[in-house]
Each structure stands twice: as C-alpha cells, then as structure tokens.
Design a protein around this ligand. Structure first.
Ligand SMILES: [Zn+2]
Length: 292
C-alpha cells in the first residue's frame, strides 16, 4: 500500500483546479493512472476503472445549499475536504426488498429499487483516522459500517463517535477469515461472535453482515440467519485511494452498494464516494432500511 495519508493532498487539490475544457483529457490521464494503481485490493477484478476528474461536482445536481460549509471550516487540509463535501436532498421513504423465506439469509450485491438512493458501506476498522469523525459529522449522510471485532477492539469508542455522527454498525466477523468452505461451527463462531460483541459494546445487535473479501457459501448464509441477521452483502462499486471503480458502466445506479474501507486515505475515499453518488443525482440512504 502506498504511504498515502491525510496530509498528502497536493495532487487532490490540483485536480480540483483543472479547467473544465481540459477535464476530458485529464480524466483519461487519471483513468490510466487508476489502472496502474488499481492492481491490488478488492477492486482488482473489476472491468472499468474510472477516476474523478474533479473533486467538486458541477451541473444541476450540485446546486443547493452547502450545510457542510455553513459552519466555519476547520483549519488545514481537513477544511479543504469539508468545503468539497456535496450536499444531498433528504433520502426518500424507503421501499425495502423482502428477504426470501427459508433457512438462509438474503444475499445482495445491490438493492433492486427505483428510489434515487445509493448505499455507502465502510469495512473493517483497522485504521482510525480522526478526520473521519469530523467528515461524517459535516457530511450529514448515513453510512453502514461492517466492523471486524479484532480491528476495532483497541478503540471501540472511535466507532461510538461515528455511530453518533450517522453511522449504523453491522457485523463483519471476529477475525476476518475467508469463510468459504469452512465448517458451520467455525463460521457460526465468527459470525455470531461478531454480532454478540457489537451488540454488547454498542447496545444494538447487527442485522446485516458482510463476509470478509466477499467470500461466502451456503453455510455462511445459513449461519448468518441462525445468528439472527437478515441479509449479507457484496457490493457494486469499490473506492480506494480516492478513485471509484465500477463493475458496470461509469455511474452509480439507484440501489448500488459502494464499498470503501477505513484506510489511510479515508478522506479521499469518502469524498470520492459521496461525489460519485452526487454526480449520479442520488442520495445516500441507510442500507438496513432497504431490507425486510
Ligand atoms: Zn473486510
């Protein structure tokens, strides 16, 4: 992993100042850069690599108030990120899908809906950048966290703050193993164990689950259901190092599930995800509200 951190914003700021008439050429250049950089991680197998030509969205979807910037901006690099946070209209009343009855939990890569919404999910929890709390508070958007117990147990209060800023905490195993092919007992211990721990620590039992690496089998979905959760999730888009990678097309579609992680480039990834949702004319919504 590149040693990217919150202080290294020079390249990002430069992109924001690219004149619009040059943006197409710059987008091509950045897409090539993204292809080179996207050689590892969860997004490596996806067909299309699209980078953000501009940090600040333009066009009709960008109009409206800017609640994130309504307060005085924080000093330094964080202020520049806050200034670029898009403002969204409220999410519509949800039209949830119903998990099929039976012994297995539901499995979804996206939610089938015509609502103008998308779902931002953030996994693991190893890297706990302080600016994530400020950014989520300022962005005023719902996010779903799939947290790994072993990644968060050294500082669970960090995630209490994120929860209080609008995050919903869901389960992602105790130790982050690949579950495919493992015994029912092994999978149940990892899955129930994470839900139990999160319930005890945060006062709400998770109802959603994401398997590490997106790896699951029929045993996984049975254990998820037996552990009292409704559904498990893959994803549609991934975000890493400030770039959104699409499995299909190059726009976020209604019902898409976007995956990012708690990584050193959290601010770049969070801003890239929200900007992509905003450019698509969509609003972030609560994933759990869309599953019955
Ligand atoms: Zn993970």
């Amino acid at each position: 992993m590149r040693g990217e951190n919150f202080a290294s914003t020079a390249g990002f700021g430069l992109r924001g100042r690219v004149p619009r008439r040059r943006s197409a050429a710059v987008a091509v250049l950045l897409a090539v850069t993204g292809l080179v950089a996207g050689c590892a991680g969860a997004g490596g197998g996806h067909r299309a690599v699209i980078s953000l030509p501009r940090a600040v969205p333009s066009g009709p979807a960008a109009e409206g108030d800017r609640p994130a910037a309504a307060q005085p901006l924080p000093p330094g690099p964080l202020g520049r990120y806050v200034a670029k946070l898009p403002a969204f209209p409220p999410a519509p009343a949800p039209t949830p899908v119903t998990v099929p009855p039976g012994p297995a939990a539901g499995w979804y890569s996206r939610i089938q809906t015509t609502d103008r919404v998308a779902f931002l999910t953030i996994d693991d929890g190893w890297v706990k950048k302080p600016e994530a709390i400020e950014l989520l508070t300022r962005a005023k958007v719902p996010v779903t966290l799939f947290l790994t117990v072993n990644a968060i147990k050294d500082n669970p209060d960090y995630f209490t703050k994120l929860r209080d800023a609008g995050a919903t905490i869901e389960a992602h195993t105790v130790s982050h193993p690949s579950l495919t092919g493992r015994s029912y007992a092994f999978q149940r211990k990892e899955i129930c164990g994470s839900a139990d721990w999160l319930a005890q620590r945060y006062g709400r039992r998770p109802v959603l689950f994401r398997p590490p690496f997106g790896n699951k089998d029929a045993t996984t979905l049975r254990a998820v259901r037996d552990c009292g959760m409704k559904a498990a999730f893959f994803w549609t888009e991934t975000v890493d190092k400030g770039k959104v990678r699409y499995q299909k097309g190059h726009t976020v579609q209604p019902g898409d599930i976007i995956l990012m992680h708690f990584r050193p480039a959290f601010a770049d990834d969070f801003l890239a995800a929200l900007t992509a949702i905003h450019k698509a004319g969509l609003t972030p919504a609560v994933l759990g509200d869309y599953v019955n």
